[in-house]
Ligand binder design. Structure first.
Ligand code: ATR
Length: 284
């Protein structure tokens, strides 16, 4: 029987998710139908779209910009949230809580949210062969993208984390909030500084700012170096990666993170583990 999936967003035409999930389904030998779902930009429309989809027998939905926080609110009031979704304050993967359905809850009451974005980054970094266990890591940025990756990186065993941001107070606030939300983060000291004050040798530096969307460049000090540089953006030239490539670092953009988070959503929904490297080759 064909299993149905959607990705909900606004805009949504550009989404690569259907293509990616159909490659996963071919790898897993499953018959799926995965389509883009446009939604007007308000919470009531989002809720209506989600409920109609799951009432119609849908198995899983991905959520993209601008609905990740709205999806979080929906699940908070209903079937629940994974630890990663709670800490991220955002949901990118929706499914139904089967235990609640068995206990007689309605589809509406059983909506459950997960967030695979940060774990997708970790999955990609591991597939690149970059070591995370014991690593000295810096993240630049303190918005939603940074928030989602801190817990998965700590759970992957990094030794030390520095959070650098243009606005220092936002980095400090994020650390305070995350420490209150997660014991793993609470027990892990995180340093903070402004981006221009970031100095030293790191194993890995991750750009989690949205600067790649503009023509601006980060004010990086000459005294900051790394073995590996990762930009969570993809699809255009990224000066951050060029900067560290010029200093001998290995680099990657965030396209593999997109595939990694999709693979984890797919695994969550279907129970099938995806070989991400093989899927990436099939997508080329
Ligand atoms: P996202 O959800 O993509 O993380 P966001 O929550 O708006 O988006 O966060 C954007 C991040 O990029 C912030 O860390 C922001 O720095 P500030 O907190 O100081 O605003 C960072 N950012 C965006 N444009 C930047 C720029 N031109 N220079 C440096 N940092 C920038």
């Amino acid at each position: 029987m064909t299993q149905n999936f959607i990705v909900i967003g606004n805009p949504i035409d550009h989404s690569k998710s259907p293509e990616i999930h159909h490659v996963f389904a071919a790898q897993a030998g499953l018959d799926i139908h995965y389509q883009r779902q446009y939604c007007p930009n308000d919470a009531a429309s989002f809720t209506a779209v989600v409920e109609a989809f799951f009432h119609g027998g849908g198995v899983g939905a991905n959520v993209t910009v601008p609905f990740k926080q709205v999806a979080y609110d929906c699940c908070l009031a209903r079937g629940g949230l994974s630890e990663h979704a709670k800490v991220a304050g955002a949901v990118n993967t929706l499914l139904l809580n089967k235990d609640l359905l068995k206990e007689g809850s309605s589809v509406k009451e059983a909506l459950y949210g997960d967030n695979t974005d940060g774990q997708g980054l970790v999955k990609h970094i591991i597939s690149l062969g970059w070591p995370l266990n014991g690593a000295q890591v810096a993240i630049i940025g303190a918005g939603g993208a940074a928030r989602g990756v801190i817990l998965p990186l700590i759970q992957a065993g990094i030794a030390q984390l520095t959070l650098a941001n243009r606005t220092l107070s936002k980095a400090e606030m994020l650390i305070t909030e995350l420490s209150a939300a997660s014991l793993d983060i609470h027990h892990h000291a995180i340093n903070s500084c402004t981006t221009d004050k970031l100095t030293g040798q790191f194993d890995l530096i991750i750009n989690a700012t949205s600067i790649g969307l503009s023509d601006n460049t980060l004010p990086l000090a000459d005294e900051v170096n790394c073995h590996y540089a990762y930009d969570m953006m993809y699809g255009r030239d990224l000066p951050f990666l060029q900067h560290f490539a010029g200093r001998g670092a290995q680099t990657s953009d965030g396209y593999g993170m997109l595939i990694g988070q999709a693979a984890l959503s797919f695994e969550r929904w279907t129970g099938h583990t995806i070989d991400v490297n093989q899927a990436t080759l099939a997508l080329e």
